[in-house]
Design a protein around this ligand. Sequence first.
Ligand code: FAD
Length: 564
Amino acid sequence: YPSCSKLLVLFTLSGGSLVAYSESQSDIGTHSVEHNQKEPRKKRVVLLGTGWAGISFLKDIDYSMYDVQVVSPRNYFAFTPLLPSVTCGTVEARSIVEPIRNFIKKRGGEIRFWEAECVKIDAANRKVFCRSNIDNNLVGSGEFPLEYDYLVIATGGQVNTFNTPGVMEHCHFLKEVEDAQKIRDSVIDCFEKAVLPSLSEEERKTNLHFVIVGGGPTGVEFAAELHDFVQEDLVKLYPMTQDIVKITVIQSGDHILNTFDERISSFAEQKFQRDGIEVQTGCRVVSVSDKEITMKVKSKGEICSVPYGMVVWSTGIGTRPVLRDFMDQIGQTKRRVLTTDEWLRVKGCENVYALGDCATIDQRKIMEDISTIFKAADKDNSGTLTVKEFQDVIDDILIRYPQLDLYLKSKHLRDVKDLLKDSQGNERKEVDIEGFKLALSHADSQMKSLPATAQVAAQQGTYLSKCFSRMEKCKNNPEGPLRFRGSGRHQFLPFRYKHFGQFAPLGGEQAAAELPGDWVSTGHSTQWLWYSVYASKQVSWRTRVLVISDWTRRFIFGRDSSRI
Ligand code: FAD
């Protein structure tokens, strides 16, 4: 990223991971290709995907060492955090995309790109099968195989409907640039339809009922964008709709933004209440028809239906079919995403790496390590630690596993704090280890997978490209530098995620941010921080200028409400 963004680097979305030789006998025997005279001089790397993980890998890979080929059905990178802004015209779609061929040009053009979709991975024969998704009228089948020495899978996830009936047919999604453009058109359609003379008052209300299923960061940000669009622009253009527009967020959990610090989650809920955005928590959508959305209220077990004008489904991500098939091949059938080790190598096959939203690092070992740390600290085997010892143990755990900071210091802070107090709320002198482990196990399911964010994907891409760049050096010196020789297991340090915080824009020029060190920041100044960070994180000067000029245009002229 350009140097001008360095000042903000602490607050930014992504960061590099230090890669170095670690204590180590390399396990190169099982995880690298034996030298073969018939193979081309350069090892062939096939990269699937041009999202956050793929582009970060591509930006740093040393192409003088590898013959790199990239396969992706879209020939651009999309800056997904600004997709909600595209839905309402705050930012134009073309401002947040960067052509892949621009990246390639910058790298001297030595990387080959194929606009195609990988339809099958044949790990046994080190091949992938691809199919072009360009217009069928073109001559030729558009299908081709690619052979690889190393395969890097960064295909992200796809929308997850949880097999809820009617969702695919009647809901909008917010995953790709095209989705955002469709939503923008659909919002305008709802307003144009609502003012037609032939409609009853009830029908106008229904047309202007916007429902968002999913109270995670994407759903909440879209709700906030839509609210701003309606209040700042649309009700002025469609005055008769002023009092009948309704925005509802349906969330199955007890709170919206429940992966954020609870201070942010309650700030967001209060702000939405003031803005008139209805938040229905504890409700699970069971079906969607062309006119109504039906949900089950968990506490009462009741089923109710509400009519809507437009529904946006934003409930997380699922597995792509090509990966489902691959997972079956390699014995990962029951998994939701590809499982890798801490070096991002896919378990159960050789020379295949997976990163970003399509992968998860198997972190069961972390829980085992935590048990070992506790055992060592509990010298008298009493099952308890003094508060001081306990805090030292937590520090030790966080040094080894900084990624746990997110869980220990924010979402699960209450559980840990509770352990330091007795039932009357007095400070304890000793802490029950099992109690702590239980509290930690509440976070266990989340610890097993890092959050599916651009931040994780980008760090993994950078990490892996650095590993690849050093692979040759390590092969020539498999034991690593003298100072590291010993009983280690791998030539590289494992991937360690560094959490730089996360933002939740809440509309009305206000945002909330969770920053490193358990800091929470909310309000207008946070929104300005958001603007600076997102401008600085653009992948090129072209998109940076376009995005900033879109924001300026919006400040001066408002958003464009034409449906083109
Ligand atoms: P993606 O970015 O999804 O990229 C996947 C790539 O694989 C794409 O290029 C796709 O075309 C390609 N592909 C798909 N199928 C195939 C195939 N069969 N063969 C070859 N290529 C294929 N994260 C944050 O950290 N902060 C945010 O503010 C934030 N906001 C978000 C807002 C929205 C609306 C969305 C949808 C996501 C947001 N995220 C955010 C999450 C973030 O976008 C993802 O975590 C990130 O994109 C994951 O990167 P990835 O490279 O794994 O996958």
